[in-house]
Design a protein around this ligand. Structure first.
Ligand code: GLC
Length: 467
């Protein structure tokens, strides 16, 4: 398959999953059937792809998502547009379970969940801005003026309500907030959570995907009891931060927020706004990360469980995400790279692709086909490549991107891929896998033309185009 054919196939998937809400609103479903609504971080990834091919759609996707933002800044992990459609009727847990209207700060008419997901939206807003800039500075700046306050509101919510201890690291109330739902990082903390009575519920995810590759019934009963307890507290952070049974500082989400704060800082500067608050968040993360999360013995960073008051020593791709940080110092950076290059993270040609598994092969929980407990995910590898590129490991970053392209060409656009055989699994025609392929193809093109430019016109060397 040529790159051109791959690009066309990716675009076909995105248009197939496009859902119109009104004359001005629309979004991309992650995949048909399994996920029929708008998911928060998925939409940010979709917008990154659209930013390369159809900037108006990127804007619509983000605006439609932010229509669900709560007045305290929380950007919900699911926005239930089209909740009456036949497809949406069969989703669990749907709007009737979340009942966001019990919160005084949720939107009045648009039902949502009451959780967040990793805040990668600033990347997307910035990418749209970068593309629009080629057409003219004024319209591009208007886009930033529209989105900057919404992003700032969301990040401020995370740094205050979700970090009352001012560690610079964000507390999650539910594994679903991590974006890496059934990662073994949550097993120990979840064990202390009571199980909900599931007799009134029917799980729908297992009607779409092989049950063996989905979270267990036991985990689901605990997930639901956390949802009940948040809803019973009317999603009031003050209460939740004191009594909720699951409170963990998430290193993956916090590292992505750190990078997003970097973009927010660039936006503030472009708009002539004050930057002190954002700078204080960047500093706080760098300190909190070293104080709470570094594990000298393993040479890795780990999440921190606030209830058990200890690090969660589970080796996963999340442990590598502090590569996003400029502040971790040479020795710790090298330690992370050593892990990344080892067999444990498929660095010695020992897996079907040179891509990074969601869980280290050396962790006892590793399972090559089970959702976030081992398989390869396109978005996690894409994020890692971004971190590597920005921190100077350009060739490594580009090699990961090339492997992603090869894998998708051979296996198709799936939700995730078996680490041992490479087989595509979970949802088919998966939108973020398509969107991020579009992004990589464009970055590669830009990099080639920039390299050519530098060869022909050395004075252009200063104008770096980024990964
Ligand atoms: C699953 C994933 C989550 C994603 C959602 C929709 O729940 O774990 O990260 O946002 O599906 O694709």
């Amino acid at each position: 398959m040529s790159d051109y054919e791959l690009q066309e196939a990716a675009q076909r998937i995105l248009s197939g999953n496009w859902t119109t809400v009104s004359s001005k609103e629309g979004f991309t479903k992650p995949t048909n059937g399994l996920y029929p609504f708008q998911w928060s971080w998925d939409s940010a990834f979709h917008a990154m792809g659209y930013a390369r091919t159809d900037v108006t759609k990127a804007q619509t996707e983000l605006r439609t998502l932010f229509a669900g933002q709560w007045s305290n800044g929380l950007l919900p992990h699911i926005v239930f547009h089209n909740a009456d459609s036949d497809e949406a009727q069969g989703y669990f847990p749907g709007p009737d379970v979340w009942r966001s209207s019990v919160s005084s700060v949720a939107p009045d008419t648009l039902p949502t969940s009451g959780l967040v997901q990793p805040p990668v939206h600033a990347y997307a807003v910035w990418q749209v801005f970068a593309t629009m800039r080629d057409e003219g500075e004024r319209k591009a700046k208007n886009w930033l003026r529209e989105m900057y306050p919404k992003l700032l509101h969301f990040h401020r919510y995370l740094h205050t309500a979700r970090d009352p201890e001012s560690t610079g690291l964000i507390t999650i109330y539910h594994p679903w907030e991590s974006g890496l739902d059934n990662s073994p990082r949550w097993d120990e903390s979840l064990e202390k959570v009571e199980k909900a009575d599931m007799s009134a519920y029917v799980r729908r995810d297992t009607q779409h995907v092989d049950k063996k590759q989905r979270p267990s019934d036991d985990a689901y009963a605990r997930y639901m009891s956390l949802v009940h307890s948040l809803r019973d507290a009317r999603y009031d952070d003050e209460r939740i931060s004191r009594q909720h049974a699951f409170r963990v500082k998430d290193i993956f989400l916090s590292s992505l927020l750190y990078r997003s704060n970097g973009y927010l800082l660039q936006m503030a500067t472009a708009l002539g706004k004050a930057t002190d608050e954002i700078e204080s968040w960047l500093d706080a993360y760098e300190t909190g990360l070293e104080e709470l999360c570094w594990d000298e013995e393993d040479g890795l960073y780990y999440d921190y469980d606030l209830i058990a008051e200890k690090r969660v020593r589970c080796k996963t791709i999340a442990s590598l995400m502090p590569l996003m940080s400029v502040g971790i110092g040479v020795a710790r950076r090298e330690s992370l790279i050593t892990h990344l290059e080892s067999r444990d993270f498929c660095g010695e040609g020992n897996c079907s692709y040179g891509l990074k598994p969601s869980v280290s092969l050396s962790d006892e929980s590793y399972s090559p086909k089970l959702y976030w407990r081992g398989p390869v995910w396109v978005n996690a590898n894409w994020l890692l490549s971004l971190a590597l590129y920005e921190q100077g490991h350009m060739d490594y970053a580009m090699a990961l991107c090339e492997e992603l392209i090869q894998m998708v060409k051979r296996e198709g656009f799936y939700e995730y891929y078996a680490t041992d055989t490479g087989e595509g699994l979970g949802g088919k025609n998966f939108s973020w896998s398509a969107a991020l392929v579009l992004d990589i193809l464009e970055r590669r093109q830009l990099r080639l033309s920039s390299a050519l430019d530098k060869l022909l016109k050395p004075e252009a060397a200063a104008a770096d185009v980024g990964v």
